[in-house]
Design a protein around this ligand. Structure first.
Ligand code: AMP
Length: 217
């Protein structure tokens, strides 16, 4: 099963991907994570990437497609995967179709998480991530707070705040979403496997709705 999650920043793509990864044994592919990893290396590309990521703009399609292609060919993707943050525009979606044809795979589900802008801003400024296992918390939401400040409940690792999780980057990222990513909803709606979820709700309610779609459609 291959799944694409389309949503604005901090809508819960990463959180839901981590849950679905465990429940269905799918690989979780976050192009944001792949790019953050590439940006932490020490080469010419990493300096450029750090600037783009901090600004909230999208990274060049060629770089993203290269990273994605390498990732989906890894063995843990054989059972299927969740795409979190890819495609981000129609050009990437078109190129991805060529890649899918090459590797003989298809898109099974496209899930769109709809969330209001004010809720996203509250989520983004409170988001904390574990450096060690990637678990995601939110200090602005009672039910998603870690038990101890800045310590991961799951593995005891240290939590950090992403450099682009601030109001200024959010405004740019949200704008990029509306202009470049949201048109994908129209692009994919012709296929008959696109589902909208009201993601203004709790994490568990969102998961239940996604599971319902994956298991009954
Ligand atoms: P995310 O972790 O999905 O919130 O992505 C963080 C940042 O990585 C974005 O603001 C973009 O700068 C970059 N990024 C992630 N995925 C893509 C993509 N598919 N295409 C272009 N840029 C991306």
């Amino acid at each position: 099963m291959n799944l694409i999650l389309i949503a604005p920043p901090a809508a819960g793509k990463g959180t839901q991907s981590k849950i679905l990864e465990k429940v269905y044994g799918l690989a979780h592919i976050s192009t944001g994570d792949l790019l953050r990893e590439a940006s932490s290396l020490d080469d010419d590309l990493s300096i450029k990437l750090r600037e783009i990521l901090a600004s909230g703009q999208l990274v060049n399609d060629e770089i993203v497609l290269e990273l994605l292609k390498r990732r989906i060919l890894q063995e843990d993707c054989n059972n299927g995967y969740i795409l979190d943050g890819f495609p981000r525009n129609v050009e990437q979606a078109m190129k991805y179709e060529e890649i899918l044809a090459e590797v003989n795979r298809k898109n099974d589900f496209i899930i769109v998480l709809d969330v209001e802008k004010e809720i996203l801003l509250q989520r983004i400024t409170g988001r904390r991530i574990c450096k060690n296992c990637g678990s995601i918390y939110n200090v602005n939401i009672e039910s998603s707070k870690p038990k101890s400040d800045m310590i991961c409940d799951n593995c005891g690792g240290t939590l950090y705040q992403r450099e682009d999780d601030n109001e200024q980057s959010f405004i740019k990222r949200y704008d990029e979403y509306l202009v470049k990513t949201k048109p994908l909803v129209d692009y994919y709606s012709k296929e008959g496997n696109l589902y909208h979820i009201d993601a203004n709700q709790s994490r568990d309610d969102i998961t239940s709705q996604i599971k319902l779609i994956l298991e009954t459609r």
